[in-house]
Design a protein around this ligand. Structure first.
Ligand SMILES: [Zn+2]
Length: 407
């Protein structure tokens, strides 16, 4: 069991299954029949094998937790917490003006798989950073160390300096989300967990055909996945290698080096560092040391946004009608307020599109408190990946450790 350092083993009822049979439990037909404890065992077994494949010492314990609706999972110390509403009850919960709106999570099975793989990559990174295990790629280790929960001083804009966090929570307007997403630790967690999930799904699809959850997950990846997000970042920063620049700024800050970087990106990262630091020291929130994985509310196209917002307005209306605490007038007033907000946002998006700007709703109130991120998508990579192996289940497709890493 786990000692002081907690690098435990967590045997499960699925320990004897082959990788292929274990993966088949993620099919909608199996997943939908599994209760919370069976799902916990499946996710734990997945993490056990993922950790072993990457050479981690022990494996994190997987727990369901009542997380904020925007956070799918988080990893801290030797524990991975995953969202109970989404992954045990299959619902996304939105809070609109104090009213709880629930939406069915159609691909909770595949999202759960991606989420635990994502969080396990953070666990592996942490063991590399703290020296528990040896990182096979020294350049990667350099980046990871410069992207941890440490502090350095950044310009405060008034000629002085202020503290900034080397882990970026994505708190600055517009570009913050992309700095969160493509800082080295999150970049790799997003890319590799999405790629592994897609590979597992492809194998399942070949053998069993597609189910609704598979199609939904694949669609979400193409809309909000890694490669789409990467292209958005390129446009937003006006720099095709913006991710390298972001991480070089963190490396320069951490090691005191002075490698030339895009000055605009440097300034943006330094502002984000300061904003993240302020976020992490807020007394009511204990986010220090946690790397969260959230649900991305950012649709890519206007049509997509239109559809999702219309259904949210409708869902709110349906909910409000049946809410005994609301009068009919309140229902109508709040629904029309919501519809108006939606139409205004549609106008803004339309204008932004016409001006050739990237349509991003990351900055509006739809993004919740905590850091959010997307599922992520694969088909090619901005990071010099090897295209994946396409064989096998969890164990043999590696993840960061044996996948060749970044170039
Ligand atoms: Zn993460």
């Amino acid at each position: 069991m786990s000692g002081n350092k907690g690098y435990g083993v967590h045997p499960t009822v699925y320990g004897n299954l082959s990788d292929k049979d274990l993966c088949a439990l993620y099919l909608e037909s199996s997943w939908s029949k599994m209760d919370e404890s069976s799902r916990q065992q499946l996710l734990q077994e997945t993490v056990n094998r993922s950790a072993a494949a990457k050479g981690e010492l022990g494996a994190c314990e997987v727990r369901f937790a009542d997380l904020d609706s925007s956070t799918l999972g988080q990893q801290s110390g030797n524990v991975i917490e995953i969202n109970r509403d989404v992954f045990a009850k299959d619902v996304y919960t939105h809070n609109y003006n104090g009213h709880i709106i629930q939406e069915k999570a159609v691909d909770s099975n595949m999202r759960a798989l991606e989420t635990v793989l994502h969080e396990d990559i953070h666990a592996w990174q942490n063991q590399c950073i703290n020296g528990t295990i040896q990182c096979s790629d020294p350049n990667l280790l350099t980046e990871y160390k410069a992207n941890n929960f440490t502090i350095s001083l950044v310009p405060d804009g008034k000629g002085g300096q202020q503290p900034g966090s080397h882990y970026l929570n994505g708190k600055t307007v517009k570009t913050g989300y992309y700095m969160y997403y493509f800082q080295s630790t999150e970049r790799d967690a997003h890319l590799y967990s999405e790629r592994q999930t897609l590979q597992i799904i492809n194998n399942l699809q070949q053998k069993y055909g597609a189910d609704k959850s598979i199609l939904t997950y694949q669609k979400n990846v193409s809309l909000n996945g890694y490669h789409t997000t990467y292209r958005q970042g390129q446009a937003l920063f006006g720099n095709n290698n913006f991710d390298k620049e972001i991480n070089q700024v963190l490396v320069n800050q951490y090691y005191g080096t002075n490698v030339a970087v895009d000055p605009k990106i440097q300034s943006a990262v330094q502002k984000e560092m300061a904003a993240s630091y302020q976020f992490q020291i807020r007394p009511s929130v204990d986010h220090k040391g946690e790397k969260a994985m959230g649900k991305n509310y950012t649709p890519v196209t206007i049509e997509d946004y239109d559809n999702s917002m219309r259904s949210t307005v409708n869902a709110f209306y349906e909910h409000a009608k049946n809410d005994p605490s609301m009068s009919h007038e309140e229902v109508v007033a709040q629904t029309s307020q919501m519809a108006e907000n939606y139409l205004n946002t549609m106008d803004e998006l339309q204008t932004a599109h016409e001006n050739g700007e990237i349509a991003s709703v990351n900055d509006n109130e739809a993004m919740a408190e905590t850091t959010s991120d997307a599922g992520a998508g694969v088909s090619d990579s901005g990071l010099g990946d090897d295209g994946g192996s396409g064989n096998g289940g969890l164990g043999d497709d590696g993840g960061v450790g044996d996948d060749g890493g970044l170039e």
